[in-house]
Design a protein around this ligand. Structure first.
Ligand SMILES: O=C(O)c1[nH]c(=O)[nH]c(=O)c1Cl
Length: 309
């Protein structure tokens, strides 16, 4: 297969996935993703111990250049998703996303994953920007190091982390130094750009209700930030730590660019929300056309091979 990847000894046929949060709240949505031949894996909505309804609506808004969301971690509860991923989906791997509303809750949930029958990949979301009063954990390097140290005392199954975007080389360096200390299966980079603000000039108002309109940014406009983070971490991380590239994918071109920067899998959020599951066939077709034009048989021939001047 020309499009393949391996994370933590788990083989993926194809390289496309949903970004956590989109089309992954219910078992039906997850099953629909897995049923698509163009989807390599499905990532669950980040789950918390308790069921959450999330922030007041409207909490999601699309505009030409992208999207803004302050969903507030709505999810059907950890047990619901652990039950689903523990069922047999042998035809495809499923990634269980776990949120951390507090250090103790995150650790408790990961202990339950460790003690469960689930043998797949868990992704620890350290970057939700929309829970009122809660900081994005991964912007606090000390706390991140502390949590990962605690987790890896007991967690022996494949574990990755969902990271927010960073914007400073000192932060790329500091975060990579921390991550390289742990046997992570992967990082997923980037989460939305936190706390943007979209203003509707006509109404002179913000467009989502939570946090006076502040929310995470996604879609086409975050592509350069997403690619920079994928590239920066690929250059800095131990090669055993794989990368799921997320952010700004609307066509095969951006999938190609993410792989060129070093992504092993590529996930799609805003555009999937817009176009629905049919998008994955389009993305895979466009990627293969680009590879044909360039004479690449497999993505291994160009993965991480970004040229510089
Ligand atoms: O508001 C959300 O649910 C949310 N929204 C995001 O853009 N990223 C996240 O990680 C989460 Cl958890």
């Amino acid at each position: 297969n020309r499009l393949h990847a391996t994370i933590a000894d788990i083989n993926f046929e194809g390289i496309l996935a949903n970004a956590s949060g989109v089309h992954c709240q219910t078992k039906e949505e997850l099953a629909e993703l897995l049923a698509s031949p163009y989807v390599a894996t499905a990532v669950t909505k980040s789950s918390t111990k308790e069921v959450r309804t999330g922030n007041p609506k409207p909490s999601y808004y699309e505009f030409e250049q992208g999207s803004i969301n302050s969903m507030g971690l709505p999810n059907n509860g950890f047990d619901y998703y652990l039950d689903y991923v523990s069922q047999d989906h042998s035809q495809k791997p499923v990634i269980l996303s776990v949120a951390s509303l507090s250090m103790t809750e995150g650790i408790e949930l990961l202990k339950r994953v460790q003690d469960s029958d689930f043998q797949g990949i868990t992704e620890f979301n350290l970057s939700c920007p929309n829970v009122v009063g809660k900081p994005q954990v991964a912007y606090d390097f000390e706390t991140t190091h502390q949590i990962l140290t605690e987790v890896f005392k007991f967690f022996k199954k494949p574990l990755g982390v969902k990271l927010p975007p960073y914007f400073d080389f000192a932060h790329f360096d500091q975060m990579a130094d921390i991550l390289n200390q742990f046997p992570l299966s992967h990082i997923n980079s980037v989460n939305s750009i936190g706390n943007g603000l979209y203003v509707d000039v006509e109404t002179e108002a913000s467009v989502i209700k939570p946090k006076k309109g502040f929310g995470g940014l996604g879609g086409a406009m975050i592509l350069p930030t997403a690619l920079a983070n994928v590239r920066a971490f690929r250059e800095r991380l131990n090669p055993d730590i794989k990368i799921i590239g997320t952010g700004g994918v609307t066509s095969g071109e951006e999938v190609f660019a993410h792989i060129l920067c070093g992504a092993d899998l590529v996930s799609v959020g805003t555009e999937l929300q817009r176009q629905g599951i049919g998008l994955f066939e389009k993305l895979q077709h466009e990627l293969l056309m680009i590879m044909n034009e360039k004479g690449y048989q497999s993505i291994d021939e160009f993965k991480g091979q970004l040229k510089t001047m």
